[in-house]
Design a protein around this ligand. Structure first.
Ligand SMILES: Cc1ncc(COP(=O)(O)O)c(C=O)c1O
Length: 325
């Protein structure tokens, strides 16, 4: 990337977003992991967003987005549809700012996730059995009640908040050469790639998808936004049929490489990370570790590689029986 490229979110805007986010979010550590360094041949650090409030990075985007609403929008409230980490991120950010929040979840959502979202004070509406149906209800509620929708990934203000993960990596490790990031809809990697490149234009960004849902890899390869006919992926967060228009645009310009692995290799990396780094990450967050363990990250020996461990909200029933679906 040339020094003169104008980024859709500038270094100054990331610094402002960080000011808003850092008031309420934890500064998560950048852990060393000597076993992963040895196995991969790189100098590896792990950005531990599993220690973030709500258990994932998904609080950061809503903290930035909701802070930028007008008084009237705040008064009316926000709505999102999600059965996972986005629900909790929006619910907590809204509670922090005193904004009413409605979260639409599918009727078969995990009871503990429904409870966690209610626990942050959001109104939970159960609708449909898959995300698309819940999303239709969320759109209808937005119109009926004048609520502002908070998209899980395709929104530049949200992306600027998620990108504060990348800003902190560069602040804590200015020499970083490569940052490895999981991809679902592409919001996290869009923010991280823009934030890192705003400060370190030569750093490389590598995205990791499930091979059963390679919506971003296919879109970038084909040069158009592809909707997958079907997805064969059991990992919350990586299971996406179609990425966003904004995220596709950012990723195709600023992400250097996208790799993909089958779910079983990603799940093995959950257990590997628990064993060797002593932290419990969810499937999506283990994808960068899996990519390193399988030699999919191309960098010179000894390169300084940061992996984003994006969250730790594991379904314990799966872990107990080591059953993944
Ligand atoms: C823990 C975790 N990691 C990564 C992702 C993927 O993020 P994005 O959809 O912004 O690409 C998600 C999305 O839900 C997630 O929950």
């Amino acid at each position: 990337m040339s020094e003169t490229t104008v980024l859709p979110v500038t270094a100054e805007q990331f610094a402002e977003a960080h000011g808003r986010v850092a008031r309420h979010a934890h500064r998560t550590p950048l852990l060393t992991c000597s076993t992963l360094s040895r196995e991969s041949g790189f100098d590896v650090r792990l950005k531990a967003e599993l220690f973030q409030r709500t258990g994932s990075y998904k609080l950061r985007g809503p903290l930035n987005k909701l802070a930028l609403l007008t008084e009237e929008e705040r008064h009316r409230g926000v709505v999102c549809s999600s059965a996972g980490n986005h629900a909790q991120g929006v619910a907590l950010a809204a509670a922090i700012y005193g904004i009413p929040a409605v979260v639409v979840m599918a009727e078969n959502a995990t009871p503990s996730k429904i409870e966690a979202t209610r626990g942050y004070g959001a109104e939970v509406v159960l609708s449909g059995t898959i995300w698309d149906e819940a999303n239709e209800t969320a759109q209808a509620l937005a119109e009926e009640r004048g609520l502002t929708p908070v998209h899980p990934f395709d929104d530049l203000e949200l992306i600027a908040g998620q990108g504060t993960v990348g800003l902190e990596i560069v602040q804590d490790w200015p020499e970083v050469d490569v940052v490895v990031v999981p991809i679902g809809g592409g919001g996290l990697i869009s923010g991280v790639s823009l934030a890192v490149k705003s400060l370190r234009p030569d750093a490389r960004i590598v995205g990791v998808e499930s091979a059963g849902a390679p919506a971003m890899q296919r879109s970038v390869r084909e040069g158009r936004l592809v909707t997958l006919d079907e997805v064969d992926c059991a990992i919350d967060g990586l299971k996406v049929k179609r990425v966003g228009e904004v995220t596709y645009g950012v990723v195709s310009r600023y992400v250097d490489e996208i790799v993909a692995l089958p779910d079983p290799e990603i799940f093995d990396a959950v257990v590997w990370t628990l064993h060797h780094a002593k932290v419990l990450v969810e499937g999506a967050a283990a994808a960068p570790v899996a990519a390193l363990l399988h030699g999919l990250v191309d960098a010179p020996p000894g390169a300084k590689v940061a992996c984003v461990l994006s969250g730790g909200n594991v379904n314990l029933d799966q872990l107990r029986g080591l059953r993944w679906n």
